[in-house]
Design a protein around this ligand. Structure first.
Ligand SMILES: [Mg+2]
Length: 231
């Protein structure tokens, strides 16, 4: 009998390629403001955005501060002025939810798992954006429910977020629930702090320098099948 009955999936950079979506959305937001975007701006934004999300996970900034601050920091770094910030943010956020890029053909994996295990999404992203992306990509059809931190009022890695999810899912035995995600600081840390089993999606084979040790580690999402079969 399979140990795991339930998978809690992270979305960005786990089921879907966030980097590609982000590049697309940033380009659209610049275009809408009649500005040119180049590689230097794209890669700098990537760094800035990543740093803001880390600070959000640590509770150092609010979601509001993150959503605005990352662009203000970017504009400041490149001396970009006279941007209609609310409009820029609106275009960016809308476009982010309009495209999706599967990682490891995740849609077929989730379809394959449907009916075998209960699957849920756990994400810190912006609710409207995430839900749109999940609908368009077909991933939503594979999930029992979508849990967004905005709705929970608390984000990964805080145990409060996982408690919120646990209160809503069918499985009550923590041993039978597997959290899968790419982030050690949100997905794996959150699972460890909440007493859930975890699987680190580590496609680039990076080193884990944190104190949070996942129960499993995979390079390809399909390796999840081995974990489910072994148990
Ligand atoms: Mg992620």
């Amino acid at each position: 009998m399979a140990l795991f009955t339930t998978i809690l999936w992270d979305v960005d950079n786990t089921l879907l390629d966030f980097q590609l979506s982000q590049r697309y959305a940033l380009e659209k937001a610049f275009e809408a403001n009649h500005l040119m975007v180049n590689e230097a701006i794209q890669s700098r934004y990537d760094e800035i955005n990543h740093a803001y999300w880390k600070r959000f996970e640590l509770g150092e900034v609010t979601k509001e501060e993150l959503l605005k601050g990352r662009f203000l920091t970017l504009f400041d770094a490149f001396g970009i002025q006279n941007v209609d910030l609310p409009e820029f943010m609106r275009v960016y956020q809308t476009e982010l939810g309009n495209v999706f890029f599967y990682l490891d053909d995740s849609i077929h994996l989730c379809e394959h798992l449907k009916g075998r295990v209960n699957q849920y999404v756990i994400t810190n992203g912006v609710t409207a954006t995430q839900k749109n992306k999940l609908k368009l990509s077909g991933l939503w059809d594979c999930m029992q429910e979508i849990f967004v931190s905005e709705d929970a009022g608390i984000q990964k890695p805080y145990p409060g977020f996982f408690e919120y999810c646990l209160g809503k899912i069918t499985e009550k035995n923590k041993e039978k629930i597997l959290v899968i995600g790419d982030s050690l600081s949100s997905d794996i840390k959150g699972a460890v702090l909440s007493g859930l089993k975890s699987c680190w999606y580590n496609p680039k084979g990076e080193e884990n320098t944190t104190e949070y040790i996942p129960d499993f580690e995979i390079r390809n999402l399909w390796d999840v099948l081995k974990i489910l079969a072994e148990e």
